[in-house]
Design a protein around this ligand. Sequence first.
Ligand code: HAM
Length: 429
Amino acid sequence: MSKTLQAIRGMNDILPEQTPLWRYFEGTVAGLLDGYGYRQIRMPIVEFTDLFKRSIGEVTDIVEKEMYTFEDRNGDSLTLRPEGTAACVRAVLEHGLSGGGQVQKLWYMGPMFRHERPQKGRYRQFHQIGLEVFNLDGPDIDAELIVLTWRLWKLLGIRDAVTLELNSLGTSEARGRYREALVEFLTAHLDQIDEDSQRRLKTNPLRVLDTKHPETQAVLVNAPKLADYLDEESRVHFEGLKARLDAAGIPYVINPKLVRGLDYYSKTVFEWVTDKLGAQGTVCAGGRYDGLVEQMGGKPTPGVGFAMGIERLILLLETLEQVPESIARQVDVYLCAFGEQAELAGLTLAERLRDQVPGLRLMVNAGAGSFKSQFKKADKSGALYALILGDDELAQQVVGFKPLRGQGEQQNIAWSALADHLATCVVQD
Ligand code: HAM
């Protein structure tokens, strides 16, 4: 017997019942970003593996164990993108978009791939909307990124459910000095920390700070603090950001353990977290990466950005019952035609209505059928009204206008008056 065909674990179909909510979400974000002057960029889903190794960092979970990497027919090592920043920087460099200090405010949207252990809110193919800004080095732009997400949470009705966590990782020199102090401290407590942290101590010591291991966490209580090693420049930058968030009335929590799982960050890092989704509570995360462009072969170019996880935000909208009712209805009007002549007239009538009533969502019955079966389909479509066209209506040049959701009685409406009628009762609905 042949094996049933199935999607790959952790890679989900987004079914027609769910796509209206996705489109609402994506449309809301796109509209918001238009309002702040961000422009969309679209990068390929596959890049050379080296791009991710060089940017995200060789000793990160993503590069060490989560990438979908394969050899193509030329023998090149390619990887399905695990995130968008690396590819965005590559595209910006390749097309000279950041040359001469040009400011770029970009956004992208699409699938990302990480071979993680799937669970609620964590998938192997997931979707992000990301923003990246180049050539602005002040805290004002860090603040703008946060302000615009704050506005988004309000638009979506989820503001009360998310908290902003902030930290500063300092410049790479400051981080280097801190790393040394941390390694010295943890080496002195080596027998008290877990095995994974012992390994990280050698490869990527700052990641020990976000360990989930309780004993290691207990040891870390007395560890040197990154904040005490911050250089003046980063400190002033961080104070500048906090002052702007205070002015904008945006609450935040300083989380000294926030180090992020990608190596390219410096100075500001932040995460929007919720306690409504269980273990996978980070819905949006990012920070500044002032060294990345240079590290990738470009001129020194400050950069800052973030990405939000669409699946997690959709889950949050559903959990908080913040799904607007209006998006559930995908059809306004269903046209039923009985007999061949009525079908022909219905076809042209429907096209005329689509010309005359912008935004109208009109479904025409296909596959003929009895009164009963067409009404059943009309009802199932979710439409508010059915238009009925049979021989009698045809002779009188009218349609039967039948409310399907209990908004009044059926009535006949002349073809010539139909567009105006639909415009008032459907489109402005
Ligand atoms: P990230 O923290 O790896 O950062 O991912 C950003 C967001 O993507 C997460 O907060 C989460 O909402 C979502 N996400 C990540 N992994 C998964 C997964 N397996 N399943 C579902 N959702 C997930 C980045 O990717 C950086 N490129 C962000 C950035 C842009 N920093 C600067 N610019």
